[in-house]
Design a protein around this ligand. Structure first.
Ligand SMILES: Nc1ncnc2c1ncn2[C@@H]1O[C@H](COP(=O)(O)OP(=O)(O)OP(=O)(O)O)[C@@H](O)[C@H]1O
Ligand SMILES: [Mg+2]
Length: 515
């Protein structure tokens, strides 16, 4: 007898349908698994045999052949266990499953016949829905996650026996239904980091508000202990909350990475990823034998924070080029090329010089200018080119720390940021470009279209700034983009000189080093 069971696997964050074909015949008992299985899949033989026995069935005294199709797709992980077990039981005529073709089966089996959660359930459920699969039987711990796909009927089961019961027509187990929009509302909220905790630093907070409003990348420059890490950690609290589509996209990536907490169905906040400077390029970009998303993808729709940027390995920083330009990373494999989305706001921090005290009000910097130039040159080129805001974070005095009033709360800032974002969405709506959602995404063409012509006073100011401060040409478009965001925050329809003046302040690293 032969049985075919529908299952799935992931390639990147996309799902691929897998047909598990099981054939049994009366030759000498044996078990063969074909179709490019990796070691975890090959080990499913042991798990499936024990689970079938412990669920009260018999392992057939026949030759069993399992084929995972299509054969050219590498199969990894343990999610095929349930499909293999059911295929064996049907092919051996131990159970009758008249509606088997309506179901997809996913889950890892324990030796005792219970079902364990697997990675990538949300993308798999989404993909199966697109293939018109009517229902999916999934491990109970994955059920809410799978139901977020909003497509197929999701049946949560705890054991192989329960899966059999559903397939034989039992109606005891009810499908799992969730609404992603409601889940987002219910679970949204603060992670406890608030701008109100930061005393003083009004300039830096304003700069981060501008960054959040326009989606601009930023680098925080200041001496040790001035609060750079503290400020960056609070950036997500002023970003506009994720939409349902964004939350689902973030959840898909975390699901594939195996980073959802047990029972967690949806990631409801924008990610904040802060990898250590010892990270490898594979860790940052993604990769591995079974490719997993890297930090740039885990930060999708959120913030990637590179604390102490000059400490990162040059190769790692260079690797940021593709995700920054294309909002996606490609990982080449022997068999196939896959890609992960990676649209994030980059925030970096650094000291102004190697000793850290350049420009400090009370401490003397001991670095010669050439040393400072070399230190800054470490992040030259592609990276600095993509950073719109250079934010200086000076050391603040005791009085300001102790006696200053508490800062404005993040929720108040977030209202202004969301308003500015709304203006940008309207501005770019007719462009019909899904990659152009905020001012930071504009290219040179868009800058000419939306930032020109400048009123005479603003134009004059920009010319003077470029000449007198010795700002580089690359600063020109960046200043205009940021000025447009500042105008958006002010609800102004055109860029005026005050917007340009503020934007010019955020180009500190383009100026020659003065000691
Ligand atoms: N403006 C501030 N308001 C309140 N607390 C502050 C402020 N600035 C710094 N602190 C306190 O000082 C600590 C150190 O700040 P933080 O770690 O953010 O500095 P840093 O600039 O990242 O320093 P480093 O360069 O050494 O990493 C914070 O945890 C916080 O307790
Ligand atoms: Mg720090």
């Amino acid at each position: 007898m032969t049985a075919t069971v529908i299952s799935a696997t992931t390639v990147g964050v996309e799902a691929r349908l897998v047909h598990v074909e099981v054939d049994t015949d009366r030759k000498l008992p044996s078990f063969t698994l074909v179709g490019l299985p990796d070691s975890a899949v090959r080990e499913s033989r042991e798990r499936v045999m024990a689970a079938i026995r412990n669920a009260g069935f018999q392992w057939p005294r026949r030759r069993v052949t399992v084929n995972l199709a299509p054969a050219d797709l590498r199969k990894e992980g343990s999610a095929f266990d349930l499909a293999i077990a059911i295929g064996v039981l049907v092919a051996a005529e131990q159970i009758r499953a008249p509606t088997l073709q309506d179901f997809a089966l996913l889950g890892e089996l324990s030796l005792d016949g219970s079902l364990r959660p697997v990675r990538g359930l949300l993308p798999m459920a989404t993909g199966l829905g697109e293939h018109d699969v009517y229902a999916i039987i999934v491990p109970r711990q994955n059920a809410r996650e799978a139901a977020m796909a909003g497509g197929p009927v999701i049946y949560p089961v705890a054991t192989l026996a329960e899966a059999v019961e559903i397939l034989e027509g039992g109606v005891r187990i009810r499908p799992c239904v969730v609404d992603a929009g409601q889940a987002l509302q219910a679970e949204a909220g603060s992670d406890g980091y608030d701008f109100a905790d930061v005393r003083g630093q009004e300039h830096a907070k304003r700069a981060l508000e501008v960054a959040a409003a326009g989606g601009h990348n930023a680098v925080l420059v200041g001496p040790p202990g001035s609060g750079k890490t503290m400020l960056a950690r609070r950036l997500p609290s002023i970003l506009s909350p994720p939409t349902v589509a964004e939350a689902l996209a973030v959840t898909r990536i975390h699901s594939v990475a195996g980073l959802l907490r047990p029972g967690q169905a949806l990631i409801t906040r924008r990610p904040f990823r802060a990898p250590h400077h010892t990270i490898s390029d594979a860790g940052l970009i993604g990769g591995g034998r079974v490719p997993r998303p890297g930090e740039v993808s885990l930060a999708h729709h959120g913030v990637l924070f590179l604390d102490e940027l000059p400490e990162f390995h040059r190769r790692v920083v260079e690797a940021l080029r593709q995700p920054l330009e294309e909002s996606r990373v490609t990982i080449a494999r022997a068999a196939a090329t896959l890609s992960f989305p990676s649209r994030f706001m980059l925030v970096a921090s650094m000291n102004p010089c190697p000793c850290g005290y350049l420009g400090h009000s009370r401490q003397q910097c001991i670095c010669p200018p050439q040393v400072i130039e070399r230190y800054r040159a470490r992040l030259s080129g592609p990276l600095l080119d993509r950073i719109d805001l250079h934010v200086s974070v000076p050391a603040i005095g005791f009085d300001e720390l102790q006696l200053g009033p508490p800062g404005e709360s993040s929720s108040a800032v977030r209202i202004r940021v969301s308003g500015a974002r709304q203006r940008q969405l309207q501005r770019f709506a007719h462009e019909g470009d899904p990659d152009l959602l905020c001012n930071a995404h504009m290219d040179g063409r868009h800058v000419r279209r939306y930032c020109h012509p400048l009123p005479p006073k603003a134009g004059q100011l920009l010319r003077t700034a470029l000449d007198r401060l010795g700002l580089s040409a690359r600063a020109h478009d960046r200043i205009l983009k940021v000025a447009l965001t500042i105008a958006d925050l002010a609800n102004a329809d055109t860029i005026d000189d005050s917007h340009v003046a503020e934007a010019v302040q955020y180009r500190g690293l383009d100026r020659p080093v003065l000691t």
